[in-house]
Design a protein around this ligand. Structure first.
Ligand code: GLN
Length: 542
């Protein structure tokens, strides 16, 4: 039988609902259950693909090419189960489908309304394809009280009545702020948030309370009494040093016991959290450290690079070192010499990005890494900028540029208009839609077996996730290879460059895909393991 856990949030946003859901999933998994995770996003965008990363954080891309919420990244990293298009839905997508049906006449003359049509569509989505799972964890984006969230709350309320008795559990994540002048953790915001939830018909079963200290027995009793939950269902979600400690801390606070107890399931036995203990221990007690510069564009909001920073942490875990990140706005290098910023660092990473702002700064960062022999990892845009750098500095093409920034005499990076997906030819026009039209999702690549990157992967056949509209222009391959920039990986049909590397450099690799999306704490991605390894080597030289 499939059981549903609905996770909602209250009081303030950014409490880490995604992480909380992922950590609960990990603990249930550690008890041998099969867990699926899904996310309902109330905003009106069809998907987050067109949203600025500085507003919404990173866009997480799945193997099947969906641009999804970054919480799906947490889900994958914590459960090891690849997310798919079917795990995330938004109001925009629901309305898009409903309106398409209405235009086709599928509703046979009915008046289309939020209840039942929108709520039914949400319920259908939640219930679809869950047979193989013991638990389905459904996170609702936003906070209770948001107007746009109402149809989603209504849908999960209805499910509580429609699904078999005892198969739904409502978990509400709230904040207990500590007020120094009163010397107390305050329960009132949580009481209000639960009141709001109950006013739309949902009685939470479990309260997951974010706090920075122990919840005293009195406050716990008060919360239970006023929020109408059992005292044991008031679960402390204490701030922890690393996100990989969250499953352990939930276990300690009794979250899994309470969830299983709610469903009448046996919970006497301890879950096997050994691998989480190992990870937490490695993060807590590193044997060294390295410092890596991230020369990017959205450095003001760290969530814009969520998977990236996690992948670097994983790389560190695999070598038992702490990876310190130096965030640098690429634009700074357009005004100032990069040397004082980058000297003394052990690696330079230029991540994915869009648009011209900061591009010249990234090119300067790539040049610095090449000339000073500092390990460099260029991801997507970071590979494209590294190729432009080589074209300008080594291949005698001072006009080299990307057509992403306008017309150019030397289009070393150009618009991708055709490519193969399996046996299908995908086509794009220059003036096409922006949403959902990039080369998205998992594509295979063939690596040159003699290359450094093939050595790092330990194989010549790889599959990685993509999200790009532009591509390094094969017409420049020979001229660049003659200067030592090897096109070490290409698409299986040989038409699209996938990876490049500077021959003879300790570690200078550019990849057209996003390896960070597939890195996991238990299985650090080979490129991040290799990059951090090279940074450790470099740190021995300085
Ligand atoms: N803007 C570049 C492109 O569309 C790079 C994209 C990226 O870094 N994800 O190709």
């Amino acid at each position: 039988m499939t059981r549903y856990v609905f996770i909602t949030g209250g009081v303030v946003s950014s409490l880490g609902k995604g992480l909380a859901s992922a950590a609960l999933a990990a603990v249930l998994q550690a008890r041998g259950y099969r867990v699926r995770m899904r996310k309902l996003d109330p905003y009106l965008n069809v998907d987050p693909g067109t949203m600025s990363p500085t507003q919404h954080g990173e866009v997480f891309v799945t193997d099947d090419g969906a641009e999804t919420d970054l919480d799906l990244g947490h889900y994958e990293r914590f459960t090891g189960v690849p997310a798919s298009r079917a795990d995330n839905i938004t109001t925009g997508r629901i309305y898009q489908d409903i309106i398409a049906k209405e235009r086709r006449g599928d509703y046979l003359g009915a008046t289309i309304q939020v209840i039942p049509h929108v709520t039914n569509a949400i319920k259908d989505f939640v219930l679809e394809g869950n047979d193989a799972y013991d638990f389905v964890l459904v996170e609702i984006g936003g906070t209770v009280g948001d107007i746009e969230g109402l149809p989603f709350f209504e849908a999960i309320r209805q499910l509580g009545q429609e699904l078999p008795r005892g198969t739904c559990c409502y978990v509400h994540l709230t904040l207990l702020p500590y007020i120094p002048s009163a010397g107390e953790l305050k329960t009132k915001p949580t009481q209000h948030s639960v009141k709001e939830l109950r006013s739309i018909g949902i009685q939470p079963d479990i309260l997951l309370c974010r706090c920075d200290r122990d919840i005293p027995a009195d406050e716990r009793r008060k919360l239970a009494l006023f929020c109408n939950v059992r005292e044991t269902a008031v679960i402390e979600a204490r701030d922890v040093a690393s996100i990989y400690e969250v499953p352990l801390s939930y276990r300690k606070a009794g979250l899994d016991r309470e969830v299983l107890g709610h469903f009448g399931l046996e919970h006497g036995q301890e879950p096997d959290l050994g691998r989480w203990q190992t990870i937490a221990e490695r993060v807590r007690n590193p044997e060294g450290e390295v410092s890596i510069a991230i020369v990017g564009k959205y450095t003001g909001l760290k969530d814009a690079y969520k998977s990236l920073t996690e992948a670097l942490t994983h790389g560190g875990i695999s070598h038992r070192v702490k990876v310190n990140l130096e965030w640098i706005e690429a634009e700074v290098f357009e005004r100032e010499d990069p040397a004082p910023f980058l000297e003394g660092l052990n690696g330079i990473l230029v991540p994915g990005g869009f648009g011209q702002r900061g591009a010249e700064g990234k090119i300067r960062a790539a040049r610095f890494a090449r000339e000073k022999r500092i390990p460099y990892l260029g991801i997507c845009f970071g590979m494209q900028m590294a190729v432009i750098e080589a074209a300008r500095s080594l291949a005698g093409l001072p006009e080299a540029n990307s057509t992403e920034f306008g017309d150019t005499a030397e289009p070393v990076v150009g618009l991708l208009t055709e490519w193969l997906r399996g046996n299908e030819l995908e086509r794009r026009a220059a003036a096409g839609d922006l949403g959902g039209t990039m080369r998205l999702g998992a594509y295979d690549a063939k690596l040159d077996p003699e290359s450094k990157i093939a050595q790092i992967y330990g194989t010549a056949d790889i599959s990685e996730r993509h999200r790009h509209r532009y591509e390094v222009n094969m017409a420049y391959r020979e001229r660049l290879e003659a200067q030592g920039l090897r096109f070490s990986g290409v698409s299986p049909d040989g038409l699209l460059p996938e990876t490049v590397e500077h021959v003879g450099h300790p570690f200078f690799i550019g990849v057209q895909f996003h390896p960070e999306l597939k890195s996991r704490p238990f299985e650090p991605h080979p490129l991040f393991k290799g990059f951090v390894g090279a940074a450790i080597e470099q740190s021995r030289l300085v």
